[in-house]
Each structure stands twice: as structure tokens, then as C-alpha cells.
Design a protein around this ligand. Structure first.
Ligand SMILES: Cc1ncc(COP(=O)(O)O)c(C=O)c1O
Length: 396
């Protein structure tokens, strides 16, 4: 096919997609990528928090949210935090990451993943992702570990730099579970602790296990663009009670419990989720199953539409269940991607490319990287399309 033919075919495809999105969402107004949904249920909970006067980090809803999260994820412990970023940062600190250490992660992620490493004055090591899972590549991870990581007196050491490899942060991209069992197995062989960045994957499972519960610690986000929101908020998931306790202590300014004394025994953080945010989140958690159902219904409709047009709509892998947080097309090449982005955004149907790779950002450009060919390949092709939960329960 000539370039002119493929350009006009691409234009026709994006125009059909725009019409499909407008029909499905039932609107001629701008269609955003992802919007939160609130009902009288959320408003009532927030009012309860206001009436209680407990709007900051003390109050009944913070504990209630933690109970709801342990029930939703089957994680033995959950610690509610002020954001997903603070959850990631505190998790690294809990696992003992220190200044000068290295932390393995993927370049295809939101900037917070690498920022959390930088906050700890550690060095991100960017390894490639897998083209199918969009998450950290098991092959790239094994290649790095076997080539240059050896046991040392204080933990695994990168023999090329002499630095300790103190943790690994795989991420479940757009809510699609990474191959976390194989990643965990490789890291365990080399005694590298794991923080799962599950910021995007509340409601995503590997078999019957919730994402974020398979590594040593998991981090969730409840930012306004996620499946459910606290306005701003996050959580640390832990199977180990001592790690959870340490996370709770560090995220509450390392304050020693006492009815009136103000006594702190470490450099902690003001990272606790405020009660006002927790009130909103507790109502959203009640409605999580309805949101997930609505998103899956939308994903099924998109899948049928794109299949007919020979376009690759990313689907969950066998044995996993995705939350379909951000629904995603993998287009033919950068030219087709750019045609979709330019035309749809000009017509008020928001589409977005994957993030600029973290290893290309000015502050992380000089970090260790394995060249990340798959991440670069995907970044040229991925496009997120409108993904909000629609056709909800009557409460919506
Ligand atoms: C992969 C990933 N990690 C971390 C975060 C940080 O979460 P927050 O915005 O709640 O700080 C986000 C999203 O915002 C994310 O998408």
C-alpha cells in the first residue's frame, strides 16, 4: 500500500473510531480519557466526615478504607496514604532502600515510579518491558541479574557499579497485570525485594491474587484519574505484619503512640490519607464492582469494534483479569499513532500516547538502561482511548 493510501485508510479508521466513541458515550461534547463518577452516596460520606470535624489524618474513615482494601485485595494488611507516590516512596524506605542503592524498574511508566526512587536518593535502573504484558520483561530482568548481579555482604550487588541492588519496582501498565510470578521468582533468586507498583491496577488479578499482593509490598493510587478516587490518595499493601507496622509508623510522622505527648523516633513523613479523602474513597470502594463491570462492558464493545477493523486492542492475558483502567490500542507504527492522536484530539475525543519513557526524561537520561528496545517500540504505537465507566448502576 502506498503512503498516501495508508494515510487515507488511517484517517478513515480514526474517523470511524471517533463516531463509535461518540455513539457509545452518547455525547457530542468533548469525551475525556477518564473521569470519576460520584453519586449521592459519595456526597453523604463526605458530609459525614465534615460533620465529624475529623478532616485530617485522624478519623473513622481511614481505618474503614483500610478494612475495605484488605477485603477487596485479600492483602493481610493495608496502610492508607496521601498518594500513590507517597506509598511507593514509603515502601522503598520500609524495604531498606538507602541513598546510593540501585532500584530496578521499567521505563514505560508514570514519572512517580522513578521519582519515588530518586526521593530515596537511589539510582533507577531501567530495564526493558515485554511487548505483550507491557510490564517489566522477565527476559530483560534475568539477563541483567545473571550478567551483573552477585551476592554481597549487605545484599545483592551490581558488579559493574559496585552498588547494592536494593529493590525492584515492576508496574502493571494501564491495569494489565505484568508477569509478576516470573518477575518475583527471578528477584527472589537474587534476594532483590519487590515493590509492585499497582497504582493503575486496583481490581486486576493474576489468577485469584490481586495485583500488589504478590511482591513484598504493593502500592495503590486513588488519584482522580484512576478507577476509583479519594481525590488524592494511595495505599501500601503488605503480607508481613512487621513491614505493615513500619509503613504505618513512617507514614504517620514516626509518632510514638501516646494520648498527649508529641514524640517521634525517626524521620517519618506526613503521608497518611486524610479522613476527608478516606470518606470519599470508602463510598467509591462500595461501588468498585459496578465500576469494574461497566469498564469491562465498554472494553468488550471496543474489542468487537477494533477486531472488525484489524486494529490491536490490548486485552488481558489468559489467567489474568484486567481492570481496563486505560483502554489501549497498539497501532501499526508511529505514523498511524500520530494520525489517531491528531485527528481525535482535534475533534474533542481525547486520546493520549504512552508516557515519554522515563529513561528519556532529562533527570533520568543518564541512568543505567539496557536500551529498552521494546519500550521504545511500544511508545511509538500505544494510544489510550476514552475509558470512563459508563452505563453504571442507577445510583450513578
Ligand atoms: C504507575 C503509577 N505509579 C504511581 C502513580 C502515582 O500515584 P499518585 O498520583 O496517587 O501519586 C501513578 C499515578 O498517578 C501511576 O500511574
Amino acid at each position: 500500500m502506498s503512503t498516501a493510501d495508508s494515510t487515507s485508510r488511517d484517517l478513515r479508521l480514526v474517523e470511524e473510531t471517533i463516531r463509535f466513541v461518540r455513539r457509545t458515550f452518547g455525547t457530542d461534547d468533548p469525551v475525556p480519557l477518564h473521569v470519576p463518577r460520584f453519586s449521592p452516596h459519595e456526597k453523604q460520606r463526605v458530609n459525614e466526615a465534615l460533620d465529624s470535624t475529623f478532616v485530617s489524618t485522624v478519623g473513622e474513615f481511614v481505618g474503614r478504607v483500610e478494612d475495605q482494601l484488605t477485603a477487596t485485595t485479600a492483602s493481610p494488611f493495608a496502610v492508607a496514604t496521601s498518594s500513590g507516590t507517597s506509598a511507593l516512596h514509603a515502601a522503598l524506605r520500609v524495604l531498606g532502600v538507602e541513598p546510593g542503592d540501585e532500584v530496578i524498574t521499567q521505563p514505560l511508566s508514570f514519572v512517580a515510579t522513578a521519582n519515588a526512587i530518586a526521593y530515596q536518593h537511589a539510582h533507577p535502573v531501567f530495564l526493558d518491558v515485554d511487548r505483550e504484558t507491557l510490564g517489566l520483561s522477565v527476559a530483560a530482568l534475568r539477563e541483567f541479574l545473571s550478567r551483573q548481579v552477585e551476592p554481597g555482604p549487605g545484599g545483592p550487588v551490581n558488579t559493574a557499579t559496585g552498588r547494592r541492588v536494593a529493590a525492584c519496582i515492576p508496574m502493571h501498565t494501564f491495569g494489565f497485570p505484568a508477569d509478576i510470578d516470573a518477575i518475583t521468582a527471578a528477584c527472589r533468586e537474587y534476594a532483590v525485594p519487590i515493590v509492585e507498583d499497582a497504582a493503575e491496577s486496583l481490581g486486576s488479578f493474576v489468577g485469584s491474587r490481586h495485583t500488589g499482593t504478590i511482591g513484598d509490598l504493593g502500592a495503590l493510587s486513588f488519584n482522580g484519574n484512576k478507577v476509583i478516587t479519594a481525590g488524592a490518595g494511595g495505599a501500601i499493601l503488605a503480607a508481613d505484619g512487621a513491614l505493615a507496622e513500619r509503613a504505618r509508623h513512617l507514614t504517620t510522622t514516626a509518632k510514638r503512640p501516646h494520648p498527649w505527648e508529641s514524640d517521634h523516633d525517626d524521620v517519618g513523613y506526613n503521608y497518611r490519607m486524610p479522613n476527608l479523602n478516606a470518606a470519599l474513597l470508602s463510598a467509591q470502594l462500595d461501588r468498585l464492582p459496578a465500576f469494574l463491570d461497566a469498564k469491562r462492558t465498554l472494553a468488550v464493545a471496543y474489542r468487537a469494534f477494533f477486531q472488525e477493523r484489524d486494529l490491536t486492542f490490548i486485552w488481558e492475558r489468559p489467567g489474568t483479569r484486567a481492570n481496563f483502567w486505560l483502554m489501549t490500542l497498539r497501532l501499526r507504527d508511529r505514523a498511524q499513532r500520530d494520525q489517531f492522536l491528531t485527528t481525535s484530539n482535534a475533534r474533542g475525543v481525547m486520546m493520549r500516547p504512552a508516557w515519554r519513557l522515563l529513561s528519556e526524561l532529562p533527570m533520568y537520561r543518564d541512568c543505567i538502561s539496557d536500551g529498552t528496545p521494546n519500550a521504545r517500540w511500544l511508545a511509538d504505537r500505544l494510544v489510550n482511548i476514552p475509558s470512563s465507566a459508563i452505563d453504571l448502576d442507577p445510583a450513578a
